[in-house]
Design a protein. Structure first.
Length: 329
């Protein structure tokens, strides 16, 4: 293995430590292939189905790693997080396992299924208006009043290391079958998943091209990578990829991604819908729109993967039932 620069916020050593913490609790998701997919895009594709992870998304990995790092003496005040849904569920489930109280600040327009599942893990849900209120300020105020630990969704070394176990498993499983990954793609909102994946994959496969996937117009990572500095997207309104609507890359995550990512790619909502339907029909799996953005870009021809081994992270499956029904029909 090749160790990356120690100047980065995390290293493969941190990801290895996270993997040991997670081993008794997280699902080691497989790498899947589909002859129909390979034939359609003219290359060999491997899919990492994180909808099979505990709570239905990769977020459990980072949340549990972070909560496990909190000293016993500091756990009495509980934890507070802000999230549109997947981080919320990851934190709530991790807190339940570790017998900690969790309070989650969620947008009022988050899918009902995500709000109800978060409550189902025993968390208190506090709703806010994403157009008028600052979710982080609300969460910080609650944490200060209760003496709770604020668990950020991506800009935290423990969270990034936990998400990096996705990339660690990809690298190990590709090595086990003797195939070198040429392109690795994962969705990006704040950038914690792709930062962790990039760190793990490029430690073992330094020549691999790692790319972030985003909804069209909500392309702050793609913009920032081109500019060499953090830049917000210019989108207005909404996207069906509700999990990928962060306005600007995180500071810690971009410190990693600006060094390790080749580029950022995007897909339209229509292309994402096609990918969601493809996964359902061909793999019999449910992927949420935000989790399918990398596959959407590949299916739409936005990435030239011909002759290359492509790995795509399907990051979650927590989609509203009504929206899912519309997309697959």
């Amino acid at each position: 293995m090749t160790e990356l620069s120690s100047a980065l916020p995390i290293s493969s050593v941190d990801i290895d430590a996270a993997a040991r913490v997670l081993a008794p609790f997280a699902v080691r998701t497989p790498l899947l292939s589909s002859p129909a997919l390979d034939e359609r895009v003219g290359t060999r594709v491997f899919l990492k189905p994180e909808m099979l992870q505990r709570t239905g998304s990769f977020k459990f990995r980072g949340a549990f790693t972070k909560l496990s790092s909190i000293p016993q003496g500091a756990r009495g005040g509980g934890v507070v997080a802000f999230s549109s849904g997947n981080h919320a569920q990851g934190v709530a489930a991790a807190a339940q396992i570790l017998n900690m109280q969790a309070t989650i600040v969620m947008p009022a327009d988050a899918p009902l299924s995500k709000r109800e599942r978060t409550k189902g893990y025993g968390a208190e849900v506090v709703l806010y208006d994403r157009d008028r209120e600052d979710r982080e300020a609300i969460a910080r105020d609650i944490a200060d009043k209760r003496g709770a630990t604020l668990v950020r969704p991506y800009d935290d070394p423990f969270v990034i290391a936990g998400q990096g176990t996705v990339g660690r498993e990809i690298a190990e499983d590709m090595a086990a079958i003797g195939v070198t990954p040429d392109i690795v793609i994962a969705p990006a909102s704040g950038g914690g998943l792709i930062a962790g994946v990039a760190t793990a994959v490029k430690t073992r496969y330094p020549q691999a091209m790692v790319m972030s996937g985003e909804p069209e117009a909500f392309d702050d990572h793609a913009r920032s990578l081109r500019a060499g500095k953090r830049e917000p997207h210019r989108a207005e309104g909404r996207t069906i990829c509700d999990a990928l609507m962060a306005s600007i890359p995180g500071e810690l995550t971009f410190a990693i991604n600006s060094r390790l990512l080749t580029q950022g790619i995007t897909a339209s909502d229509s292309e994402v819908g096609t990918a969601v339907g493809f996964v359902f029909r061909e793999l019999k799996l449910v992927v949420e729109p935000g989790g399918a953005v990398g596959l959407a870009a590949l299916l739409a021809g936005r990435i030239d993967g011909r002759g290359k081994n492509v790995v795509i992270v399907l990051s979650g499956g927590n989609v509203d039932a009504d929206l899912f029904a519309k997309l697959i029909n």
